[in-house]
Design a protein around this ligand. Structure first.
Ligand SMILES: NC(=O)c1ccc[n+]([C@@H]2O[C@H](COP(=O)([O-])OP(=O)(O)OC[C@H]3O[C@@H](n4cnc5c(N)ncnc54)[C@H](O)[C@@H]3O)[C@@H](O)[C@H]2O)c1
Ligand SMILES: C[N+](C)(C)CCCC=O
Length: 519
């Protein structure tokens, strides 16, 4: 199935790139990608002729998957020019017309769901079950903003003497999207869908670690009838990213990634006074009160920590459990964590695949070592994992880890680990846990489990976080805004409010009488 779908899809691009034969896809360990991964003005394109290519790995096996050709100033400029030209046309279309193209793109994503999900797995290492949900979220986001495209409207304001003013919600122009590696296809869709719905065009730069699927989205928009240059992909790392941020024809920057990079993006944006959306890291608290439904609290804690091998910005990695239920909670969480099936991410039975890279795996494991040194107890996991299948032996696997006896000063409790490591802390009172939960510079998400409805709302009112969950965790319906407080970010993705981040308001005064001049 995988082989058939991958061949078909890459053959479709063969007219533009006779390199499609190079892709032989069957299962983990058998994919080679040699088709170009840059895309602008309607076509896949190679990077600069003389560039230092970078190896891209398949996390499940540790094999080289493809070679990244980072774009330089010439290519970035070509992509931005293409986007600028598409903007001229796209921004003049009605919302209904734009919606038609976007809905068609959503249909194509639906029909290619399996193939996109498989490519995401091959490049990112997450389980196929999760990758399918990510593709669904991307599609739903495009459908949702297609629905909003025709609703963009201004206000009419009556003024004295029959004069009036009205406001127009106008697109910004060429928007730049820069993505992280943990949700490559979904991030590309979460950024492009609202941008395009509002009449903007986009140049998107995926993480150099996961370059493969954003370009599939570019092909899909093109196939759906988008004007050439509407959604472009340039590959590369920080140099390419910074060329994009500084480009004078770029009107807006939307970034998903770490706090230190977000700070640099904001600095670069300040040079051109460009608006920014920043979706940054987190170290989110999950509060479990003793009156919780324990089964749901345990499920919530697992969802808050182990999706995508723990590489999720919103993860609730500081799990505060009220003292009376701590032993029972830890026992159950550990039992379920030990039962998580780790292995080939393309197998249906796998629940945890490989971390994204060797260096990231080493970093996560070093956090576990540090936690031990600082006095935390490893209740389970935290070790490298070597699957029995020989082809997976070079992959980047580890056993999911639960740490107990954690205290607020420990590194594992203070820093974003971005791996499958849950830190469990105990607390006595609501007041105490709120103070400790908020004692961080970050504020992406937070959760509370309790059966007491009044406490639930009282607690979320005091939690300083952009996304709060009551009796659930890590669900992100696209109709609902997502984003952080404090150093976790600026602006929101998803929901109606995001329209405001991809448009600007023009006010028009209309005089119906004579000019009342003071001179
Ligand atoms: N809040 C959210 O929605 C969200 C979602 C996913 C990931 N994240 C965060 O992302 C981080 C992990 O992702 P990462 O390691 O890819 O982050 P990162 O900051 O290292 O890189 C993110 C992107 O920025 C680019 N980049 C790096 N330096 C740049 C520069 N100077 N100028 C322009 N672009 C530059 C990278 O090439 C990449 O595409 C975690 O901190 C995680 O919490 C946040
Ligand atoms: C879909 N999730 C799991 C909530 C992830 C949102 C994006 C953050 O990394």
């Amino acid at each position: 199935m995988l082989q058939r779908l991958a061949r078909l899809s890459w053959r479709r691009s063969a007219a533009a790139a006779p390199l499609a034969e190079a892709l032989r896809c069957a299962s983990s360990g058998s994919v080679d990608i040699t088709v170009p991964l840059n895309f602008w003005a309607g076509k896949r394109r190679r990077g600069p002729e003389k560039c230092n290519t970078e190896d891209v790995y398949e996390p499940a096996t540790g094999r080289i998957l493809c070679h990244l050709e980072p774009c330089g100033p010439v290519e970035v400029d070509q992509a931005v020019k293409a986007a600028k030209s598409a903007f001229g046309h796209w921004s003049k279309m009605s919302g209904m017309e734009r919606a038609r193209t976007m809905i068609e793109a959503a249909h194509i994503i639906e029909s290619r769901r399996e193939e996109i999900a498989e490519m995401e797995v091959v490049n990112n290492g997450k389980s196929i079950t999760e990758a399918r949900l990510d593709v669904d979220s991307a599609r739903l986001c495009i459908e949702y903003y297609a629905g909003l495209a025709s609703t963009l409207a201004g206000q009419h304001v009556q003024l004295p003497g029959g004069s009036f003013a009205y406001t127009r919600r106008e697109p910004l122009g060429v928007c730049v999207g820069i993505g992280a590696w943990n949700y490559p296809f979904q991030i590309a869709a979460w950024k492009s869908a609202p941008a395009l719905a509002c009449g903007n065009s986009m140049v998107f730069k995926p993480s150099p670690v996961t370059p493969v699927t954003a370009v599939m989205l570019a092909e899909i928009y093109a196939k759906a009838g988008a004007p050439e240059g509407l959604f472009n992909v340039v590959q590369g790392g920080q140099e390419t990213g910074s060329l994009l941020c500084h480009h004078p024809d770029v009107a807006k920057l939307s970034f998903t990634g770490s706090v230190p990079t977000g700070q640099k993006i904001m600095e670069m944006a300040s040079k051109g006074v460009k608006p920014v959306t920043l979706e940054l890291g987190g170290k989110s608290p999950l509060l479990i009160f003793q009156d919780s439904d324990l089964e749901n609290a345990v499920r919530g804690a697992l969802m808050a920590n182990f999706l995508s091998q723990g590489q999720v910005c919103s993860n609730g990695t500081r799990v505060f459990v009220q003292r009376d239920i701590l032993p029972e909670f830890v026992e159950e969480v550990v039992k379920r964590t030990q039962a998580i099936e780790i292995g080939d991410p393309l197998l249906e039975s796998t629940r945890m695949g490989a971390l994204v890279s060797r260096s990231h795996l080493d970093k996560v494991l070093s956090f576990v070592d540090q936690a031990k040194k600082e006095g935390a107890t490893v209740m389970c996991g935290g070790e490298p994992f070597v699957p029995s299948d020989p082809k997976l032996r070079g992959g980047y696997y580890m056993t999911p880890c639960v740490l107990s006896n954690c205290t607020d000063e420990m590194t594992c409790v203070k820093e974003e680990i971005f791996g499958p490591v849950m830190s469990v802390l105990s607390f006595e009172t609501e007041e105490e846990v709120l103070q400790r939960a908020n004692d961080t510079t970050l504020g992406l998400a937070a959760g509370v489990f309790t059966r007491d409805v009044r406490r639930a709302h009282r607690v979320v009112e005091h939690l300083k976080a952009g996304s709060c969950f009551i009796n659930n965790y890590n669900i992100t319906p696209v109709e609902v805004p997502f984003g952080g407080f404090k150093m976790s970010g600026i602006g929101r993705e998803n929901g109606q409010v995001t329209i405001e981040y991809y448009t600007q308001l023009k006010t028009v005064f209309v005089e119906m009488g004579d000019v009342d001049s003071l001179f």
